[in-house]
Design a protein around this ligand. Structure first.
Ligand code: ATP
Length: 237
């Protein structure tokens, strides 16, 4: 497998505060990778740095090309979709309008209707609620809408920030099952930031562990799940 994303010596700053301290990792094309870490370790900042939403130095390469200096909009156009924490759907617009908006930068307008139908196949709840305002959906449905909207970009890489946040365990399982299916069927490479280490390691094939702005462990998700330090620190047994 070839590396789709390569992050080298990434340092990120909020004013004088340094949040990332020389982060190194890569993502293989087609992989489903989780980035695990405690509160404040730098998970959100890593995703923000890839999208150039925070000041950073170091190298970020997508398909071997440097993207570190591109604008956020430009990064999106390259095929990188970001689902930030807190979902961010347009609450006064309907489910279907949110999906249409997700495709706004696309030039292949004729495929959009079929893609919306495909999203409804992945997320049947959204089909039931297609004409409802997004703000009236449950938390889980809003998260699903946020993911579906990001997929309407037809991204090659999707970055997800804590999709399980605030959701009931059964809903999280359902969402993660769908993410696995999307990774396999739509061939979207996924990087998911999670506090829920147990579920994330079940879902992912690769994992990176971040501590105070540095990657301290990388590998196969199963091996990481069996690592004694990871079990003690993140899995609680
Ligand atoms: P969480 O799970 O709590 O979101 P995280 O691993 O995503 O944690 P980040 O949000 O990336 O961590 O934060 C990394 C570091 O950067 C923390 O020390 C945090 O306090 C700091 N930080 C984050 N956002 C800002 C900001 N807007 N201004 C100043 N410091 C910030």
């Amino acid at each position: 497998m070839t590396a789709m994303l390569n992050v080298k010596d990434l340092r990120a700053y909020y004013g004088q505060v340094q949040a990332l301290h020389g982060l190194n990792f890569s993502l293989n094309e087609g992989s489903l990778t989780t980035l695990l870490g405690a509160n404040g370790a730098g998970k959100t900042t890593t995703l923000r740095a890839i999208c150039n939403m925070v000041r950073s130095t170091g190298a970020i390469e997508f398909d071997g090309k440097p993207i570190g200096t591109r604008s956020t909009e430009n990064v999106v156009r390259l095929g990188i979709a970001h689902v930030p924490q807190g979902r961010g759907t347009f609450t006064t617009m309907t489910v279907e309008e949110n999906l249409q908006l997700g495709a706004i930068t696309r030039t292949d307008k004729k495929n959009i209707v079929a893609d919306i139908e495909r999203m409804y196949d992945h997320f049947p709840k959204l089909k039931e609620r297609y004409s409802q305002q997004a703000g009236t959906l449950s938390g889980g449905e809003q998260q699903m809408l946020a993911v579906a909207r990001a997929l309407m970009l037809r991204p090659r890489l999707m970055l997800l920030d804590e999709p399980s946040f605030g959701l009931a365990p059964l809903i999280v399982r359902d969402l993660f099952r769908i993410l696995g299916k999307i990774n396999r069927e739509e061939k979207v490479t996924i990087l998911v930031v999670e506090q829920n280490a147990q579920l994330a390691l079940e879902l992912a094939d690769q994992a990176h562990v971040i501590e105070t702005g540095r990657i301290v462990m990388s590998g196969n998700a199963k091996d990481i799940a069996n690592n004694e330090d990871v079990r003690k620190s993140y899995l609680g047994y």
